[in-house]
Design a protein around this ligand. Structure first.
Ligand SMILES: C[S@@+](CC[C@H](N)C(=O)[O-])C[C@H]1O[C@@H](n2cnc3c(N)ncnc32)[C@H](O)[C@@H]1O
Length: 288
């Protein structure tokens, strides 16, 4: 009786040992898999961090897609609303320069945003001062940064029409423009540029445009430039200024405008807003 009993205990002990070592093996295997995954993740993150520093496209993906979505989720608020809040708290009501400076400060120190920015803003300012427009058109309002920049330089009686198809951006821009005190000079036209441009003559009493700032989605630069001409909105000497012709880039537009004998072009090398990557603006004077 004792023999078989001891045998069972021995068998049981061996089975337990077997199970324990299998469990330990599994644990070691799974922890090394876990360790491997952690290493791969750290490597990918480091690679992405280097890429963000070196590559503007990766930086834009990080700022505009990943970081912005996470911050919006955590704060339950859009980036554009955060920019507006910063303006309301840090700029001086009725002082357009302080509004521009506050947006630049926010976008340099806190969150990147697609305003024309301080460096290319100087090229924009100089062009507006040179043209001294009575009627200016902006395609792409966003938060109203460039609208305020342009409006503060307009002579008395001159006006800026600015087109934006995103209602949330248009609402933020309206408040920014009002806070800057330039609301009498700026009218936000809500809707897609391709629908608004053909309405400019009749609905908004535009004869011709003296200055056009192209700063909406880059694939619309060429079709909208053609549409503006088809609607007879340009006069001899009208000036177009296009932003971001290098990043995100508007190669088709550059090809179209530089090969068009009706335009005389000048390129202004600069840098992508709030970044070191190279960008440029293209000025095109309509020769009639
Ligand atoms: C680069 S942001 C404009 C930045 C602004 N000009 C500034 O410097 O402060 C481009 C804006 O154009 C708007 N947009 C893009 N395509 C458009 C279109 N076809 N019609 C109207 N708005 C458009 C986008 O919603 C976005 O707000």
């Amino acid at each position: 009786m004792a023999g078989p009993g001891l045998g069972r205990t021995e068998q049981h002990r061996k089975r337990s040992e077997g199970t324990a070592s299998a469990l330990l093996r599994k644990m070691l295997e799974s922890s090394s898999v876990l360790l491997f995954i952690v290493f791969v993740l750290i490597f990918v993150l480091l690679l992405f961090a280097v890429l963000i520093r070196k590559n503007a496209a990766a930086a834009l993906i990080w700022h505009e897609i990943i970081r912005e979505k996470i911050t919006n989720f955590i704060m339950n608020q859009s980036k554009e609303q955060r920019i507006l809040d910063f303006v309301l708290q840090n700029a001086v009501r009725g002082d357009p320069r302080s509004v521009v400076d506050a947006i630049d400060k926010y976008c340099t120190q806190k969150e990147w945003a697609m305003n024309v920015g301080s460096e290319k803003g100087i090229i924009l300012d100089k062009t507006v001062e040179e043209v001294n427009p009575s009627v200016a058109l902006e395609l792409g309002t966003y938060c109203g940064y460039s609208a305020v920049r342009i409006a503060r330089l307009l002579k008395p009686g001159a006006r800026l029409l600015t087109v934006e198809f995103n209602p949330e951006f248009a609402a933020v821009a309206k408040q920014t423009i009002e806070f800057a005190g330039v609301q009498d000079k700026v009218k936000i036209l809500e809707g897609p540029s391709e629908e608004i441009i053909p309405q400019l003559k009749k609905k908004y009493e535009v004869d011709t445009l003296d200055f056009v700032f192209l700063d909406h989605w880059k694939d619309r630069y060429t079709p909208d430039t053609i549409l503006i001409q088809e609607c007879n909105l340009l006069r001899k000497g009208s000036v177009l200024l296009a932003d971001n012709v290098i990043i995100p880039g508007a190669p088709e537009f550059l090809k179209y405008i530089r090969n068009n004998p009706r335009f005389q072009c000048t390129n202004y090398p600069s840098h992508l807003e709030y970044m070191k990557a190279e960008d440029a603006m293209e000025k095109a004077v309509f020769l009639g």
